[in-house]
Design a protein around this ligand. Sequence first.
Ligand SMILES: NC(=O)c1ccc[n+]([C@@H]2O[C@H](COP(=O)([O-])OP(=O)(O)OC[C@H]3O[C@@H](n4cnc5c(N)ncnc54)[C@H](O)[C@@H]3O)[C@@H](O)[C@H]2O)c1
Length: 246
Amino acid sequence: MALLEGKTAVVTGGAQGIGFAIAERFIAEGARVVLGDLDPEATEAAVQKLGGADVARAVTCDVTSAADVEALVNAAVTEFGALDVMINNAGITRDATMRKMTEDQFDQVIAVHLKGTWNGTRLAAGIMREAGGGAIINISSISGKVGLMGQTNYSAAKAGIVGMTKAAAKEVAHLGVRINAIQPGLIRSAMTEAMPQRIWDAKLAEVPMGRAGEPGEIASVAVFLASDLSSYMTGTVLEVTGGRYM
Ligand SMILES: NC(=O)c1ccc[n+]([C@@H]2O[C@H](COP(=O)([O-])OP(=O)(O)OC[C@H]3O[C@@H](n4cnc5c(N)ncnc54)[C@H](O)[C@@H]3O)[C@@H](O)[C@H]2O)c1
């Protein structure tokens, strides 16, 4: 029996990387997905790669806009009849040391991660509480646990997602809505491939398992948190890091 048979999930930032891998794995487990991302062509191309309109739909969405996120979560209900799982995954980096980081670089990262996750969490929870339950998964980062050089904006946002996850989980636990977070470590994606080689090598040297993770290794943990396998878990943070910063 597939773990997410008949469920509908929304994935923000689902056109590529970790979000796309989550969508792919969810469909393999019997779910249908709605991808919300910035570029309509890239999002539609992702839908085609996932198997087309029977299993996936594209919605153009900037997670910093409450109106966009509202349209995204509503699309799950109108297109596929329900919203069972919400994945708040959309993200950006604007790395720079504090001396060089601009106010705009700080604000952009806070807006996409923190406001975006807040929009997704509260609007999905609003639908799920009426429906009698659901699972929300917020993608934080190990950077939010330990703080990383050049990421005062990103570390703050990703730590904030942990606090938000726990506060929100307490508000809706009695309504059957579970909210958990994942903290990925070094995962191979466009975000990390943009890194200079020497920074990649330095990060890799910190991983006890001796390798970077693949997006699919975040997706399988998302399946666990989305499914009834984790039915008694809420407000938790799962580190998926190959042992880095354990
Ligand atoms: N790759 C890693 O090593 C790693 C580690 C820890 C956490 N993460 C987190 O995982 C998530 C996914 O990252 P990824 O590595 O797949 O990166 P990625 O850059 O490959 O994908 C991010 C996606 O988010 C979308 N996006 C960006 N801003 C958006 C917005 N305002 N509204 C909607 N969509 C938006 C992008 O268009 C893109 O499709 C992010 O939250 C990231 O911070 C990644």
